[in-house]
Write a protein that binds this ligand. Sequence first.
Ligand SMILES: [Zn+2]
Length: 213
Amino acid sequence: MFIGHFAMGLVASRVEKRLALGTALLASQLPDAIWPYLLLTGAETVSIVPGDTAMTPLRFDSYPWSHSLLMTALAGFVLAGLYRAIGGGGRAAAMIAGLAVSHWFLDFITHRPDMPVLPWSDLKLGLGMWHSVPLTVLVEGLMYAGAVLFYAYGRRMSVGFWILIAVLGATYVANVVGPPPPGVTPVALSMVILVPIVWWWGNKVGAKEAVSA
Ligand SMILES: [Zn+2]
């Protein structure tokens, strides 16, 4: 899943105003934030196989450290702990951990059975919604649109906010209709670049009553 993760971040940041938007978006995609570094070091592997699922040419051969349920929860707790350590609130920290775990469950719905439960076991799960492009786009599109409306409802959002929303949406569309990526390294590097930009930008253009910590 891609923009479905951002939908969770938008909702969490609206529910808990002290959780800044960019931080919420980072937490919601935490496994995908860690993943490119493990790809670049060879600790995890992915192949580009057009048609592997209808939705993506990426075949996730091995990603036990970034994407197992146990490690996802652990990463969420570490990020929540760091957030507490720099003075963030307890409720917002709990949401950060919850957002990270939500990533696993959303990927579990979309991926074919390649989502590890534990980093060292062969048990892998996935419901495979990615076999259907229309279903995936419908579900994720509705999640994203609903979350954006929920976040912006009754607030005057800046142009920068709407640009962020449009850029994320356009990136999603480009992934769906565009050609397969030219290689694994470009995939990893694009994530290395995208994740901090979304974090910084989200904190900058999130609702002004939010506290950025
Ligand atoms: Zn993921």
